[in-house]
Design a protein around this ligand. Sequence first.
Ligand code: ADP
Ligand code: ASP
Ligand code: MG
Length: 451
Amino acid sequence: MKHLDIAKFGGTSVASFNAMSSCVKVVTANPHTRLVVVSACAGVTNILVELASGALNREEVMDRIAKLRAIHQEITAHLPDKEACDAHIEEHLTDVRNLAAEAAMERSDELTDRIVSHGELMSSFLITEVFKYAGFKARCFDVRNVMRTDSAFGCAKPLLEVLGTLTRQQLLPLLDGEEIVVTQGFIGSNTEGMTTTLGRGGSDYTAALLGEACDAETISIWTDVPGVYTTDPRLVPHARPIAELSYLEAAEMATFGAKILHPSTLVPAVRRNIPVFVGSSKEPEKGGTWVRPDTATHPAFRAVALRRNQTLIVLASPKMVGASGFLARVFSIFAKYSKSVDLVSTSEVSIAVTLDAGSNTSGLNSISEDMLSELREFCHVRVEDKLSLVAIIGNDLAKTAGVTAKCFDAIEKYAVRMICYGASSHNLCFLLNEADAVPALAELHQHLLEQ
Ligand code: ADP
Ligand code: ASP
Ligand code: MG
């Protein structure tokens, strides 16, 4: 299909009837937009995660179900076939309640994914109805027919080959029809047909994976801000929108905490050279950011980002002096527990690493006691939390004189727990106490990006 655009709308973009109506305007303004990927309505996934935790009592469960009903009924209230739509939502809520009762007996990641998938299933159903009410032909497609993943519930990995084949067989032909096709972000299914999810914020990744499979011309990520900014505008009011970003810069930003893009979003886009647009569904006229293979300018400082909930593990062993194999042993244990290491720093007798606290749907702390005791068998282990990572993203950082001085000057007031610099010419990272992170981010923004 020629000139296909895939439009993804996040939680706030589908939070209410009015928000959904703005999405309809955005989609129908571009004749190339044939596929729409939606997140759950704002707040819904968090409530579903609570219900899946098994930690709520009966009253709390009923309270959460009532909240879910209210969110979705605000939308059905505007639809001509309100009763039928309410009945459809009620079926989902009954299923959620039954599954939550199962979770109260014994929670599991598999059950959690089944519960949270209802968020996207409900929002996709409702926005399809909003399209029809606005006079457009639309249909809702269950993405689990094509989004094949492994069985890592909570943070499943797509099985690219089969996902590509299924998408081209079942989804692509629909895009040539008259109807706008709406589907769910975030959710998938394993080869046994069990529901999985791609990790929190995963709808961006769904859009990019489907874009790759359909060979789309563009992928549009519509959210609640008009583009990618020099930092999170909610944290630093002076943040400015960036008109153009390279894949590399955007990927670094997403990896280091810019929540606007799920960290894996750029991976499929890069494989197929698909430009990604980021804009506001409420204010599309404000324009946005184009993320492309490369940009005309390569400023040393492009953006700063914040990633919270970092865990630092310091492993010390006097036997490390002059010995070989210590690091291999440490990393094989991290690999065994599927822990992704972000920052690494070594001294003669110790190594410090930060671990990704994880973004799966379970919301559980990912540092397992079993892993720590395996490490304790051959070294002294110290775990520190309440830390945040502040990253400076730019170009040729390691080749430009004065870069480090500027960065250190900006945060001279704060204690720096760890520094990472040199592996990539595109970032410089500081690990700081959680309480210092936002003020340090603001100082860095002011010194590096507001001059
Ligand atoms: P959606 O529900 O549409 O996926 P998200 O909440 O996941 O939206 O992402 C949008 C939010 O990302 C913004 O509201 C903003 O607070 C945050 N954000 C973090 N870093 C940036 C950045 N560099 N530029 C813009 N927004 C950012
Ligand atoms: N609804 C999911 C979440 O809240 C996925 C997404 O919004 O992208 O994490
Ligand atoms: Mg998001």
